[in-house]
Design a protein around this ligand. Structure first.
Ligand code: 5RP
Length: 251
């Protein structure tokens, strides 16, 4: 057996991750941004920076007929700085859809269910994703897991009304996420993080989520074992929850 290659230095590892994000983004734009498209959703996060870079690199002539719909303040700024035309989802005519939406993810399972919201933009991300005919998840090699909650262990991001946060926390703890907690503010900022929508985020680490096809996949939360669908259905119904970072059933 060949000896294991020396572990990459932290710097080399970081370079590889950036390169993977960039390659995934350019490939996604090449494969899924049709020249005839006019309405494009743009997600949030560090991978999407490369998506916007790849779109801008097509040139003004290629993108002048396209409107770009953001998922929050970061995404809005990316679109504007790249010189692309900004539009809001509220201006989408009744019955119309975006042609495509590009976004990143924190974790992706074998059935293409996602955990999103590491950047606290999940609510607007879900609105834009579900407004699109086609959702393209741009993810590098670190993001794919057999089951959600395996590599992204910080927990499922849940956007909550601040006045209900403690009530939601208590529910989550009784549902099998004893370490659920309110996400703190960014470094130097006291208190909870406040989303673009004036809400808070709770991160709820559940044991890895099952798929209905798993042998124990019918479990509906006993002993904290949940399928993606059962957990998503329960979480979204908790009073005080605005939106959840489980994106499921959209593949
Ligand atoms: C933000 C998100 C991001 O898409 C997710 O956190 C992935 O981010 P990155 O591309 O930086 O890894 O859901 O709310």
């Amino acid at each position: 057996m060949a000896p294991a290659p020396p572990a990459a230095s932290a710097q080399e590892q970081a370079r590889l991750v950036e390169e993977s994000k960039r390659l995934a983004a350019y490939q996604a734009v090449k494969d899924h941004l049709h020249p005839d498209y006019t309405r494009i959703g743009i997600g949030s996060g560090s991978t999407v920076v490369y998506v916007v870079e790849a779109i801008a690199a097509l040139g003004a002539a290629a993108t002048s007929g396209m409107l770009f719909y953001p998922t929050g303040a970061q995404s809005e700024e990316l679109i504007e700085v790249a010189g692309l035309r900004l539009q809001t989802i509220n201006k989408l005519p009744a019955g119309a859809q975006l042609d495509v939406a590009f976004d990143g993810a924190d974790e992706v399972d074998e059935a293409l269910n996602l955990i999103k919201g590491g950047g606290a933009c999940l609510w607007q991300e879900k609105i834009v994703a579900t407004s699109a005919k086609k959702f393209v998840c741009v993810a590098d090699f670190r993001k794919l897991s057999k089951r959600l909650g395996t590599s992204w262990t910080k927990g499922i991001p849940i956007e909550v009304l601040p006045m209900a946060a403690n009530r939601v926390l208590a529910e989550l703890r009784s549902m099998g996420a004893p370490d659920a907690r309110i996400r703190p503010g960014l470094p130097g900022k006291a208190g909870a993080i406040v989303t673009d929508n004036g809400m808070w985020i709770i991160d709820a680490p559940f044991p890895p989520l099952r798929l209905p096809t798993d042998e124990d996949g019918q479990a509906g939360g006993e002993a904290g074992i949940w399928t993606v669908d059962a957990l998503a259905d329960r979480l979204i119904k908790l009073p005080g929850v605005a939106e959840i970072g489980l994106f499921h059933g959209q593949n």
